[in-house]
Write a protein that binds this ligand. Structure first.
Ligand code: NAP
Length: 301
């Protein structure tokens, strides 16, 4: 049981509010997939197994119920809050780090020296993906919907940024890679992007789809899939088992927490709102004006 200090806002919360993304069976139907706070109590054996103690500052990935002053989380899905990060900064961490690690590094198998294309580089997911991929030694190309968003992605370490509203991202990616293409694509658009992504993947490339903002139907050139030996995959984190998420937490702690301690991964907070103003936080997210994360804080509720 965590006494919540801050709750991260994620696009899936907006979809849930609109009725398009119901809570999985057994999960709280309150929104909220990540929190920071202090361990208030819990099963002693499970807490000992996870190395947790009462009074510890933690961050947690949850399947729902994060928009609340108290939130129950499986012990294995809690990790120590990074030292030096505020409560709001810490709350911005779990959902994007777990999603990016699982999809870019586990499913997408991104390696040092490879090139990653991130669709939506200025999103909460995108700013984390840029930093983790750079920390891992990859070259990063992003797309974003304005020049200001492109500049923010470059400032975070992206090597190239493409304004997809004024440029054809596929032609730009091929130009930037001397027609070789990219090794991994992290896609949160799908729809007609998939055909173009298959076109810009290098040999043995991997396409990882994590959202379908552009629609679920895509036409692809299947000949390219076999000629280039491509892998098309994807996943959604929320419905996965506690065992899966607990193993993922361990993997993130081993790989990402040292990068945080070394200052290679930093919080990118766009704005915080008092939790009572959650509706304004959602309106901001739906405006798409934000760069990075939006967080709710509970101190003044
Ligand atoms: N599969 C999973 O496990 C999982 C987990 C968490 C989140 N997600 C998904 O990942 C996405 C990002 O989540 P978030 O919380 O980081 O939300 P967010 O900050 O609101 O990001 C949404 C992003 O989508 C970008 N976008 C929309 N259309 C685009 C297009 N045609 N080309 C390039 N970018 C485009 C927007 O960029 P512009 O404003 O620049 O257009 C915006 O940055 C959401 O779709 C969410 O549902 C999936």
């Amino acid at each position: 049981m965590i006494r919540v200090s801050a709750s991260g806002v994620n696009r899936p919360d907006v979809l849930q509010r609109k009725g398009a993304y119901p809570a999985p069976a057994g999960a709280s139907d309150l929104p909220g997939l990540e929190v920071s706070g202090v361990v208030e109590g819990g099963d002693a054996a499970a807490m000992a197994d996870a190395g947790l103690h009462i009074g510890q500052r933690v961050v947690a990935l949850v399947s729902g119920g994060g928009y609340a002053q108290y939130c129950a989380a499986p012990a294995g899905q809690c990790l120590p809050a990074p030292e030096g990060w505020s409560d709001a900064e810490a709350a911005s961490l779990p959902e994007t780090v777990f999603t990016v690690w699982s999809n870019v590094f586990e499913r997408g198998r991104l390696q040092a020296g490879e090139t990653l294309l991130i669709q939506g580089g200025s999103s909460g997911i995108g700013v984390t993906a840029i930093q983790l991929a750079k920390a891992a030694g990859a070259t990063v190309i992003v797309t974003a919907g304005s020049d200001a968003k492109c500049a923010a992605c470059l400032a975070l370490g992206a090597d190239h940024a493409i304004n997809y509203r004024s440029q054809d991202f596929a032609a730009e990616v091929l130009r930037l890679t001397d027609n070789r293409g990219v090794d991994v694509v992290l896609d949160m658009v799908a729809g007609d992007y998939v055909e173009k992504e298959v076109g810009v993947l290098a040999e043995d490339g991997r396409l990882v789809i994590i959202a379908v903002q552009g629609g679920v139907q895509s036409a692809i050139n299947a000949g390219l899939v076999l000629r280039k030996r491509l892998t098309i995959t994807g996943s959604t984190l929320r419905a996965r088992s506690v065992a899966f998420k607990s193993a993922l937490a361990k993997a993130c702690q081993a790989a990402v927490w040292p990068w945080i301690a070394q200052g290679k991964v930093k919080p990118v907070l766009y704005r915080t709102f008092a939790a009572g103003d959650a509706a304004q936080a959602h309106a901001l997210m739906e405006s798409n004006a934000h760069i990075g994360k939006i967080v709710l804080t509970w101190g003044d509720v």
